[in-house]
Design a protein around this ligand. Structure first.
Ligand code: GDP
Length: 432
């Protein structure tokens, strides 16, 4: 989601403008001179485009050098935002204090929109024309308080935003796509047979040809699922025709085509390298994941505790995967599969509102700041969720984060918001 940052001296009406843009009144703290506000992001929408507005706030109440403070604020905005709104008071114009920021904004490659606020009437609107002299392009006269000119401003913001990414969220309605994968002999066909009573072909084979339907619709737990590459399961490609290489291509194809994968493991054997490779395929493809330990009927009761420890160790890189102990042969826990798939998919498509995400993040970095390295510690300025399926987050920071700290943030993010059964991606955008 693109980010729009609002920059300007105290008292020019930044908070009122942010309220106007997000269409709410209460949320934003009053713009009182000398009151420090943190960068607070809000979700906004205009003409069907969603973006994040960041109120870059004020600065230290007793900052000695106000010009330097506003320049720093502008610089942060420039590195973290896609579009910068530079707000001045239309009646006052630009002051000396603004100068360093204006210079910086003029040099930056980021689109800057000059907002002449408090243009409550036509005569002030006319005055605003003189702001062309700042060299920041066309001034947009706006009355944030009364709404005058805000439509034109929002149109200008949309025009300056980067191209909208393809929206994958409005997936076509229909059965969810699930891949059933695992090395030969773990029991894929046996498990499939548990559901085969309701099986129907998605694509009927054309009469007179030998073309197999690739996927089929199966009933799992009273719900219809599209099981991808059922033909591959039926023909036992891995065993009959082939090389491990071919089977692995087929597995990768099925995972790619699916939204959620069930990786079947054989509980009566140690987790093998091939099992691990299949798990990696799923996480690298960013698909939701359910791990089913099949043949649980073969596991002695007294071995289970030990086995669980061993499994925890083997799967420590994916502690978030949903695990089931089942038996295709006896039918044990097979009814747990559908709820597990639904849970994993729900996590996969979770979206956390920006405000909620940042409230949590602010508390987290306050409680546990980044460790100091060489006298400095990078700060996380704010975060947005860039997408779902799987959930993807961008952290805007003052510098690169330690790998360990980034893992800590991910772990805490999971603790807070769940994501059971889904990978999540976190990327860091440090300012240069
Ligand atoms: P695939 O290659 O993954 O499709 O595996 P199959 O479904 O062909 O199963 C391989 C072997 O494991 C067969 O002999 C099955 O009868 C056996 N098998 C499958 N599931 C179970 C199970 O839950 N318990 C036990 N004891 N054997 C199973």
């Amino acid at each position: 989601q693109p980010v729009v940052a609002v920059v300007g001296r105290p008292n020019v009406g930044k908070s009122t403008l942010v309220n106007r843009i997000i269409g709410r009144r209460q949320a934003v703290v009053e713009d009182v001179p000398g009151v420090t506000r943190d960068r607070v992001p809000y979700d906004a929408q205009w003409n069907g485009r969603a973006f994040t507005v960041v109120d870059t706030g004020g600065w230290e109440p007793d900052a000695k050098d106000r010009a330097a403070a506003i320049a720093a604020q502008a610089e942060t905005a420039v590195v973290t935002a896609d579009v910068v709104l530079f707000v001045v008071d239309a009646m006052v114009g630009s002051t000396d204090v603004d100068e360093a920021a204006v210079k910086m904004l003029r040099r930056s490659a980021k689109p800057v929109i000059l907002v002449a606020n408090k243009a409550d009437n036509t005569s002030i609107e006319m005055e605003a024309v003189s702001l062309w002299s700042l060299g920041l392009g066309e001034p947009f006269p706006v009355s944030a308080l009364h709404g005058r000119g805000s439509g034109d401003l929002l149109d200008a913001i949309l025009a300056a935003l980067p191209e909208a990414p393809a929206i994958v969220e409005n997936r076509p309605r229909g059965p969810r796509r699930v891949a059933l994968v695992g090395r030969p002999n773990v029991g894929k066909s046996s498990l499939l047979n548990r559901f085969s009573g309701e099986e129907r072909a998605v694509v009927d084979s054309v009469a007179g040809t030998t073309v197999d339907p690739v996927d089929s619709l199966v009933d799992i737990g009273g719900q219809t699922w599209q099981l991808v590459d059922t033909a591959g399961l039926r023909k036992r490609v891995g065993k009959a025709s082939g090389t491990e290489y071919y089977a692995s291509l087929r597995t990768a194809g099925a995972i790619e085509a699916a939204e959620v994968a069930v990786v079947l493991l054989d509980s009566s054997e140690p987790i093998s390298e091939q099992d691990q490779r299949i798990l990696t395929m799923v996480t690298e493809a960013g698909r939701a994941l359910v791990i089913a330990f099949n043949k649980w009927d073969l596991v002695d009761a007294d071995r289970r505790y030990y086995l669980d420890k061993e499994i925890d160790r083997e799967l420590r890189r994916i502690p978030w995967a949903i695990r089931l102990n089942l038996s295709a042969m006896t039918g044990r826990a097979v009814d747990k599969l559908a709820p597990a798939l639904n849970k994993a998919l729900a996590s996969w498509e979770t979206r956390v509102p920006t405000a909620q995400l940042n409230q949590w993040l602010t508390a987290l970095v306050q409680a546990t700041p980044h460790p100091v390295r060489g006298g400095r510690a990078p700060r996380i300025l704010f975060a947005t969720q860039a997408g779902v399926a799987p959930p993807r987050f961008v952290l805007f920071t003052t510098g690169p984060l330690d790998a360990g700290y980034q893992r800590f943030v991910e772990r805490k993010l999971r603790e807070e918001f769940g994501y059971e059964g889904s990978p999540i991606e976190i990327s860091v955008r440090p300012r240069k």
